[in-house]
Design a protein around this ligand. Sequence first.
Ligand code: F6P
Ligand code: MN
Length: 322
Amino acid sequence: MQRLAPALREDNVPLDLISLIKTILAATKEISFRVSQAHLGGLMGSTLDENIQGEVQKKLDVVANELFKDILLESGFVKAISSEEEDTSVGGDKNGKFLVSFDPLDGSSNIDINSLIGTIFSIHEAPEDAEPSDPDMFKQSGNRQVCAGYVLYGPSTMLVMTTGSGTHFYVLDRTHGGYLLVERNVQVPQDTQEFAINMSNQRFWQAPMQRYISDLLAGDTGPRGKNFNMRWIAAMVGDIHRVLTRGGLFTYPSDNRNPEKPYKLRLMYEANPMSFLIEQAGGLAMTSEGRIMDIEPSDIHQRVEVIMGSKNEVEACLGYYK
Ligand code: F6P
Ligand code: MN
């Protein structure tokens, strides 16, 4: 099994980006350890604070965020970072070549039940002349990502990453402390009989999503002529990992629970990096109106509708919106 750096050099990834990726991965190894020790170290449960998005912060959210932020800002490779847990972007090195957006611990509601959680990251190039304190640098579409990935803290700690030449799986080998390449050029099967959606929101969805899901539930005697299985891990990292591994459709559609907040997932550090990984593996990553990675962001915490996964199934779903 190949080590990470040689695998990246084979994909012609520039040396400074490799150095940044190694820095990110150093942080994930530390987070992986902290996550495994959380109960023993008194890190279960919530803090008394909310993040800017009105979500209660878990103690581990805060620890993971501080670790990730400190390691990145000290590295010299990064002009600024933006995180789910920070109100606005945080400036780094004036000469830093990159911008990193991240969700330090995705799936926080799984922390206290010892279930799947992970770190998601997305890397853009920083404009040369911009000041590190300028949050507008982050307003770049997903198309301009130079690298995206996540680390899943599951039974094994896995890195799934793309630099634009395919999506690859790596596993953290604790015997030597590095990530080893276990699967190159993962492909999402084009067809599937599995979907992932939070069914409890059904009454709030728009009519096209209502019709689509009801046709899936109708099974082999319904219009789709086949039975579908459903899975919901409640951590996007876990659900997307299953889709990358064996196919499926993952969606968090728009809903009318709160008219001011029709979408749940965040563009910069959830939807965009996952879209890059899914598209590089031959899948589709869309909203009901177009490609996620074409969206020109207006805010670092912007939310977006997400319909992604197996190509033919995403197209079937979008057909209901025409
Ligand atoms: O980060 C948001 C998130 O936790 C995702 O990881 C996950 O897919 C989704 O929200 C879960 O939403 P819900 O709480 O509706 O199940
Ligand atoms: Mn998240």
